[in-house]
Structure formats: structure tokens, C-alpha cells
Design a protein around this ligand. Structure first.
Ligand code: SAM
Length: 303
């Protein structure tokens, strides 16, 4: 009888929906002050980072998530000099931001120093040299406090945060009060982008994030891309008071990527068109939701 020397990891998207990955081994696991941190080696996705039971990134397809998160906002702005990353633990979001030579300073605020340390040790493929770049300023702290206390202005703010889990560290950063402060910091010409959970697995959460941003910003658009290691379409919401993301043409995306000499594996004009072409039934549902997330009544992932 052969002994199975690997095991199944089951990930719950909602209390009644889960998916599984075969894992060869756990490379690192500990509970930090804020969350359960796991780095594991999987059969199909290589190394994966798991926080509080949710896959954050995988070696096979993290570039899809991080390019989808970063480049539409950077190109919509046009020539961002100062960028603020909220969360972003592994450093891959910073990696994509630093590809723009216009960037003079990139500040990353992550609440959990352990995630950064574990990622620098075990996930170098995501953050090779990023934290040593002289343009980077790493702040360990709650992005909520940072945003409400900073007096700095930023051209682009990127919220690469954990999902709004009840009792988790990130849910307050999906509220209208938080977004109002973000809008003050980016001003009339800046751009804000946030990961916005899955329009297929958690459509209500995704729609509320979109609706909440529409309370604050003049131009707001949602888009998504299927990410195999998440086994879901993953959603993003981009917002600005001065630049309409829906007017971003694929041809302009290609011109800008070429102009800035930005090398990408996933994102280009055609991928941009694909992401922003949201199917009718999803558009109708997202636009139908009229709830917003507030500090007193925050939106949570289904528990
Ligand atoms: N890049 C990831 C992915 O591929 O899905 C996104 C998740 S990233 C690992 C989430 C990060 O948000 C974690 O490093 C976590 O520590 C951080 N975070 C959660 N709540 C936070 C808060 N209130 N302030 C700052 N960082 C926070």
C-alpha cells in the first residue's frame, strides 16, 4: 500500500463554497499578531501565500493579479510620481509600481511585519530587490491610521489589502469614511484602486465596494479577471475625481506601456479590454446593489 505523502488544502470562499489544492508541504506557518500566515508548496501553483485561510498569491499566476491591480491605475494617471500601497505584504505590488520611471517615491504601509519578513525569506520571486530600491519607504503600521494621519499627497493609492473579513485587520479600509479620506489625499487628479473580492464568489461584497466608492468619487469602474489559483474571477474597483477609467482605450494602454518601456506578462491593451468587458448579468447585479459600507455598518465577506 503506498502511503500518500501529500495532502489536500481546502479553502472556503463562502461558508457553503470551497475549493481544494494538493499541497506537497508546508514551508512556513505561524500566527502573527494579526493573522495566520502560511507558505506552502502546491502541485499546480508552485509556492502559495495563505493568510487567514485565503490564498493571496501563487507562484504560477501572481503576476496576473498584481499587473491587473497596478497598471490600469498607473496608466490612467499618466505620470505618477508618488504612489502609496496599502497592504501589499509580499512586495509584488511594489514590484509593478517601480517599473514606472516617473515614480519618485513608493510608500508601502503593511500592518504585519511578519508577512513582509516571511515573503522576503520564502517568496523572493515576488519581491526580488524591491525593498532595497531607494524609492521605497516601508512603513509597518495600520493603513487606516496612516491614511488619516498623513499630510502627504499621492498621485496613485493602491489598496492591496486582505479581504474585509469580520474580525480581520482590513474591513475598515473598505468604508465610505476611509474612501473620503483617500479622495482628499489623491485630490482631483489622482487615482485610487482597490482589490474588491470576487464578483462571482462574493458578488454582494464586490458590488458594495463599488457602490461605496461611488459615494465619494466622480468616476468609478469595476473590472475583473479569472485567476486560476483563486479559482475565481477576481474583482477590482478603480476610482478618480478627475480621470474616467472607462475612457481608457486599449490602444492608449499599449502606447503607454511601450512609451514607459513597461514589461508585462499579462497586461496589455487586449487584456485591458477583456477585463473591462463585464458580462451583462454581472453588470446588472452590481449596478442594482444600493448598499454602502460604513464604519458603523461595514461590509464583510460572507461568513
Ligand atoms: N497581494 C496579495 C494578493 O496577491 O492577493 C493581496 C493580499 S496582501 C498579502 C494583503 C496584505 O494586507 C497583508 O500583508 C496584510 O498584512 C495587509 N493588511 C491587512 N490589513 C491591513 C491594515 N489595516 N493596514 C495595513 N495592511 C493591512
Amino acid at each position: 500500500m503506498t502511503v500518500q505523502n501529500w495532502f489536500w488544502y481546502m479553502e472556503f470562499d463562502t461558508p457553503t463554497h470551497a475549493h481544494m489544492k494538493g499541497l506537497k508541504r508546508i514551508i512556513h506557518r505561524h500566527r502573527s499578531r494579526y493573522q495566520d500566515i502560511v507558505v506552502a508548496e502546491s502541485f499546480d501553483y508552485g509556492l502559495i501565500l495563505i493568510l487567514d485561510g485565503k490564498t493571496q498569491s501563487s507562484q504560477r499566476d501572481e503576476f496576473v493579479y498584481h499587473e491587473a491591480l497596478v497598471h490600469p491605475a498607473m496608466i490612467l494617471h499618466g505620470s505618477p510620481r508618488r504612489v502609496l500601497v496599502l497592504g501589499g505584504g509580499e512586495g509584488a505590488t511594489l514590484r509593478e509600481v517601480l517599473k514606472y520611471t516617473s515614480v519618485e517615491e513608493a510608500v508601502m504601509v503593511d500592518i504585519d511585519e511578519d508577512v513582509v519578513k516571511v515573503s522576503r525569506e520564502h517568496l523572493r520571486f515576488m519581491n526580488e530587490g524591491v525593498f532595497e530600491d531607494k524609492r521605497v519607504k516601508l512603513v509597518i503600521g495600520d493603513a487606516l491610521d496612516y491614511v488619516f494621519s498623513t499630510r502627504d499627497r499621492y498621485d496613485v493609492i493602491i489598496a492591496d489589502l486582505s479581504d474585509p473579513l469580520e474580525g480581520g485587520p482590513a474591513y475598515k479600509l473598505y468604508t465610505v469614511e476611509f474612501y473620503r479620506r483617500v479622495a482628499e489625499i489623491v485630490g482631483d487628479t489622482g487615482v485610487f484602486i482597490t482589490q474588491a473580492t470576487s464578483p462571482t464568489n462574493t458578488p454582494r461584497t464586490h458590488a458594495i465596494i463599488y457602490r461605496t466608492l461611488r459615494e465619494v468619487f466622480k468616476y468609478v469602474a469595476y473590472y475583473h479577471i479569472f485567476i486560476p489559483s483563486f479559482e475565481a474571477a477576481w474583482g477590482f474597483v478603480i476610482a478618480s475625481n478627475g480621470r474616467d477609467p472607462r475612457k481608457l482605450e486599449p490602444e492608449h494602454v499599449d502606447r503607454e506601456l511601450n512609451h514607459h518601456n513597461i514589461k508585462t506578462r499579462f497586461y496589455d491593451g487586449e487584456s485591458h479590454r477583456h477585463m473591462f468587458s463585464v458580462p451583462k448579468h454581472l453588470r446588472e447585479y452590481i449596478e442594482s446593489v444600493d448598499e454602502i459600507s460604513t464604519m458603523n455598518n461595514p461590509v464583510y465577506m460572507p461568513a
